[in-house]
Design a protein around this ligand. Structure first.
Ligand code: PGA
Length: 254
């Protein structure tokens, strides 16, 4: 059985006291109601990882980072190694996010090196892929996602790929309020699963969790999560409000 996951990506938001408040609010709301079979992950900015992983541990959710270095520890000013991130109690890391690709020049080679670091230190990578609007309009979205998946993932061994979570995030849907339709999400998720199946066999493909991300909110999450190949969500804006985030988690019905 593949795992159902809802992860909140806070991006570069919240002061220390706001972050603490949001973590406790999420914990409180989760204690009132939550589906037992959904893993909840909160990915705050790196400076709050230790705080978040402490609160997460006490409240039955998990903590994820938004980035880590592709290098082993050493003279890399400003960077965080996978080892350091792991030692803060982190279980997941978001890698390959379109904002990192666009604003920080991360390409699939760099992302692949980061995934290697995560795997080496027993951190579960949430690998993000997805096309921009023009690529979809030109009907190239399947090719673009296939290239991203092939380049960043498909050189890993079967036992390694089984540790990875994939997030399909059409770039035109991120932070725009424009969500993929449930049918568009299902179509791409099934395609990604077929790519994994081609490289690693059907059993591995069936075990992989593939999350949808891009303007998910309490009003549209249920319909998207209902799709057979959608195993949860990567939530940006709506994860900054405890109420909305927990409503999204609770919209998991299958
Ligand atoms: P959004 O962001 O939910 O605000 O669209 C999703 C993401 O970037 O992971």
């Amino acid at each position: 059985m593949r795992k159902k996951i809802v992860a909140g990506n806070w991006k570069m938001n919240k002061t220390f006291s706001e972050a603490e408040g949001l973590l406790f609010d999420i914990a409180d709301l989760l204690s009132e109601s939550r589906p037992k079979d959904v893993e909840v992950v909160v990915c705050p900015p790196a400076i709050y990882l230790e705080l978040a992983s402490d609160i997460a541990q006490q409240n039955d959710f998990s903590c994820g980072a938004q980035n880590l270095s592709q290098y082993d520890p050493g003279a890399y000013t400003g960077e965080l190694s996978a080892e350091m991130v792991k030692s803060a109690g982190v279980k997941y890391v978001i890698l390959g996010h379109s904002e990192r690709r666009t604003y920080f020049g991360e390409n699939d080679e760099i992302i692949a090196a980061k995934i290697s670091q995560a795997l080496k230190h027993d951190i579960i990578p949430i690998y993000c892929c997805g096309e921009v609007l023009q690529e979809r309009e030109e009907n190239r979205h399947f090719d673009v996602v296939a290239e991203q998946v092939n380049k960043a993932l498909c050189h890993f061994a079967n036992h390694e790929i089984r540790q990875v979570v994939i997030a399909y995030e059409p770039v035109w849907a991120i932070g725009t309020g424009k969500t993929a339709t449930p049918a568009q999400a299902q179509e791409m998720h099934a395609y990604i699963r077929s790519l994994i199946s081609r490289h690693y066999g059907q059993e591995t493909a069936e075990e992989m969790s593939i999350l949808y991300g891009g303007s998910c909110n309490p009003g549209n999450a249920a319909e998207i999560f209902e799709q057979p190949d959608v195993d949860g969500g990567l939530i940006g804006g709506a994860s900054l409000k405890a109420d909305d985030f927990v409503k999204i988690i609770n919209s998991f019905k299958k």
